[in-house]
Design a protein around this ligand. Structure first.
Ligand code: SF4
Length: 249
C-alpha cells in the first residue's frame, strides 16, 4: 500500500539536497523551501501520519476533527483492542457499540455515524485498493461527497493514506502565513493551498513532512493569542512585517 511506501521514504527529507540548486532556481519564489529547511533543521523529520496503515490513518483523520490527538489515540486503542479497527468491521458493528468505542474522541454520535458511512462507502467501492485506482481529482471528489469530510480531511487522507501531492491547509498554516503577511487575511483554503503548490515541487513526501512541521510551529509557538515569536524557529523570516497586533491579540 502506498501508505507504507510513504513512511519508508519519509527520511529522505532530512535535508534539502533532494531538490538541489536546480529545483530551487527553477521556482519563481523559493521562500517556502527556505521555510521548510528552517523547520526541518529545528524539529527534524516528523514521521507522519502516526498510524499503522492507510485504514487506521483514514479512521484517525475523521476522529481527529475538533479534538486533540491524545483523545483520538484513546478511541483508536479501543477500536484496536476490540478488533474493530478496519472498514469491514466498522461497517458491520452496531452503531451503539461503535459510539461506545470512539467516545473518547468527542462528538461520538456524529462521528460514529460518519465513520460508519465512510466504512460502508469504502467497502461498497471495493476497498482502498480499488479507490487507489482513481485519479487524484476523482478521489478528492469522492471523499468530499461523504458527510463530515471537508477539504482539510480529504486532503489529509489523499496525502497521508494515498500519497497524492495535495498540500494540507489547516488553521495553524493559515495563521502562520497571515501573520508573516505571506497571504492576505482574507485568504481561504483553496487560495492558501494554491500558494504552496505553485511554489513547491509536487512531491507528496515533501508535503507530508512540511505540513507536519507547520503543525509543530502552530502547536508550540504560533498560538492564537500571544505567539511565542522570540523562541520560534521562524522569527528571523520577515519578522518585521508581523503586525504588533499578533502579539497582543
Ligand atoms: S515567528 Fe511568531 S508569528 Fe511567526 S510563526 Fe513564529 S510564533 Fe508565529
Amino acid at each position: 500500500m502506498s501508505f507504507e511506501t510513504n513512511k519508508k521514504i519519509s527520511n529522505r527529507y532530512c535535508n534539502l539536497n533532494t531538490y538541489g540548486k536546480n529545483s530551487l532556481a527553477s521556482k519563481p519564489d523559493c521562500n517556502l523551501l527556505k521555510v521548510y529547511e528552517t523547520l526541518l533543521t529545528a524539529f527534524g523529520p516528523q514521521h507522519w501520519w502516526p498510524a499503522e496503515g492507510a485504514e487506521e490513518m483514514i479512521i484517525g483523520a475523521l476522529l481527529t476533527q475538533n479534538t486533540t490527538w491524545k483523545n483520538v489515540e484513546k478511541a483508536l486503542a479501543n477500536l484496536r483492542l476490540n478488533k474493530q479497527l478496519s472498514f469491514s468491521s466498522i461497517s458491520a458493528i452496531p452503531l451503539p457499540e461503535l459510539q461506545k468505542l470512539i467516545k473518547p474522541s468527542g462528538y461520538f454520535r456524529q462521528k460514529s455515524a460518519r465513520l460508519k458511512a465512510l466504512a460502508i462507502a469504502v467497502t461498497d467501492a471495493g476497498g482502498l485498493s480499488q479507490l487507489e485506482q482513481k485519479s487524484t481529482s476523482d478521489l478528492r471528489e469522492w471523499l468530499l461527497a461523504l458527510k463530515g469530510i471537508g477539504p482539510e480531511t480529504a486532503d489529509s487522507i489523499l496525502l497521508y493514506a494515498f500519497t497524492r501531492p495535495l498540500f494540507v491547509i489547516d488553521t495553524y498554516t493559515l495563521r502562520i502565513c497571515k501573520r508573516h503577511k505571506w497571504l492576505p487575511t482574507t485568504t481561504d483554503y483553496t487560495e492558501a493551498q494554491n500558494y504552496f503548490t505553485q511554489q513547491l515541487p509536487a512531491d507528496p513526501t515533501l508535503f507530508n513532512e512540511y505540513h507536519a512541521l507547520l503543525v509543530q510551529i502552530g502547536k508550540n509557538f504560533c498560538r492564537p493569542k500571544k505567539p511565542l515569536c522570540e523562541e520560534c524557529p521562524l522569527n528571523h523570516l520577515q519578522i518585521d512585517s508581523i503586525t504588533k497586533e499578533a502579539h497582543h491579540e
